[in-house]
Design a protein around this ligand. Sequence first.
Ligand SMILES: Nc1ncnc2c1ncn2[C@@H]1O[C@H](COP(=O)(O)OP(=O)(O)OP(=O)(O)O)[C@@H](O)[C@H]1O
Length: 264
Amino acid sequence: MIQVEQLHLTFGAGTPLENHALRGINLSIPEGQFVTVIGSNGAGKSTFLNSLAGEVIADQGQIFIDEQDVTLWPTNKRAGLVARVFQDPLAGTCEALSIEENMALALKRGQSRGLSRSIRSEYRELFRERLSRLGLGLEQRLGDRMGLLSGGQRQAVSLLMATLQPMKILLLDEHTAALDPKTAAFVLELTRSIIEEQNLTALMVTHSMRQALDVGDRTLMLHEGNIAFDVQGDERKGLDVPDLLALFSRNKGEELSDDSLLLG
Ligand SMILES: Nc1ncnc2c1ncn2[C@@H]1O[C@H](COP(=O)(O)OP(=O)(O)OP(=O)(O)O)[C@@H](O)[C@H]1O
């Protein structure tokens, strides 16, 4: 469960480059809900995810995860609660390390213990079991360097790594955008099944309005650092891309000028 109250964040406050990126976001997401997040370039989507992950700390407002006030917690303290997968398949893994070393690091996320002691036979079995569900044969390649894997294989492993240890909140920042359509569909289906199996609360940023409606339980649109609309349940069912555009115009009193949102 995520509760966000009056969240504000300004970059470069008091300088000529001052940018009020988050402007009083209020949001409540129940446990197990899968929320898709859309919005034009610069709307504040990544900044919002960064604030949930603890990578940036809000200037005002509060964030609660499972009723704990995590507003001032740094990233490492939130590691047992929040995990992320980024757009760039290279971002979530270390290419010089093997698949099993990467997975061992993921298992130790937020802890200070070293890597060498962590790869034990019991973990290998767990890694093999998780990798085998991908159907990519990676369970036979535990010792291969991550750098040998394709972008889609790496992104699938990143997703497994993010969800390897118990956690509550999964943040996906356009994690399929750099993949070809077939691989993107595979990673998206994997995402869906992991979220469902582990009953995770998830936010997925996408630049495709179509994908935002096809996936998950609820769709939010951010605009200029705040929520322009928020649809779920019966209201969301049956909505099409033009309906989202109309919803935006109705709520904000302006037309959406960013065509990139219609992609996909
Ligand atoms: N570290 C930073 N320092 C200064 N300004 C920043 C920083 N990070 C983001 N911003 C600014 O905050 C605003 C929101 O950026 P953010 O990256 O959250 O947008 P976004 O909705 O994710 O956009 P995109 O779809 O282009 O990724 C933008 O104006 C951006 O330039």
